[in-house]
Design a protein around this ligand. Sequence first.
Ligand code: PHE
Length: 337
Amino acid sequence: LEEEALQQVEEAASVKELEAVRVKYLGKKGPITEVLRGMGKLSAEERPKVGQKANEVREAIQARLEERTKGLEEKALEEKLSSESIDVTLPGRPIKKGARHPLTAVVEEVEDIFIGMGFKVTEGPEVETDYYNFEKLNLPKDHPARDMQDSFYITPDLLLRTQTSPVQARTMEKHEGKGPVKIVCPGKVYRRDDDDATHSHQFMQIEGLYVDKDVKMSDLKGVLETFVKKYFGPDRSIRLRPSFFPFTEPSVEVDVSCGLCQGQGCRVCKHSGWIEVLGAGMVHPRVLEMSGFDPEEYSGFAFGMGVERFALLRYGIDDIRHFYTNDLRFLEQFKRS
Ligand code: PHE
């Protein structure tokens, strides 16, 4: 019996087969258990002999079983290790890195320039009240200039802001009539427009506001000139043209000299030598007053620019829609190493 069992232990090819052998010979229904169970029927003389023998056989089989099990387990582990080993000398696969969106890059660059001139970055809500978007900026309900900014209304009093200017009003209000207020406000704005290469119903603006005692038009010109030279290059200049905004008086349109044709005239500047980049002006006394500033004591300037326009000019992009469609072939051109 012992020999037969040991033979089968040797032949077993897996841990599972070994277990089957164990059950067969050493299990509850196996021959050894049977012998031990039948001991009661034996004579007192035979009992210790048979018992001892049975135990010896059992232990021998048991010991061999354990050895084989251990051997097989080790072999299985070794096989697993070698089949799952990692070749650390293989070259890695490159990870695709993202890039900053060109509009984000422009916003950050513009912010940095103004931070350098003492401005603070401030943000406001995109869903705005009619009150802050229009009324507080000297645009009462029936004002014809509201037509300049065709709006997305959510309720009669709530709309998607058409400009970043409401952040001016909100910030001035918080200052409770005390200057200085010196902020730039970047953000998304919305106007009803048919999208094409140069129009989008959603775009970005950066607004600037400086309110303090004795702020003059020449301060506005100086700040904008510094900004334009930092952003476009030191050889560029600006010119101011009279314009109209309800919240500034006087109002100006700001042009930057065309860097491509050096004033000779080209397609980009529509042969005029100048490119329009900003709206600006001196904060209207009524706007100051409505936001709690005494116009006798305080004055200020404000300006607003379209971020897309700055990006189009900087990178020579021909269609504003590229900014919103997230085509990787477009976006990947703005990667910096
Ligand atoms: N908010 C104006 C616009 O969207 C731009 C502007 C801002 C003009 C501040 C003057 C002063 O057209």
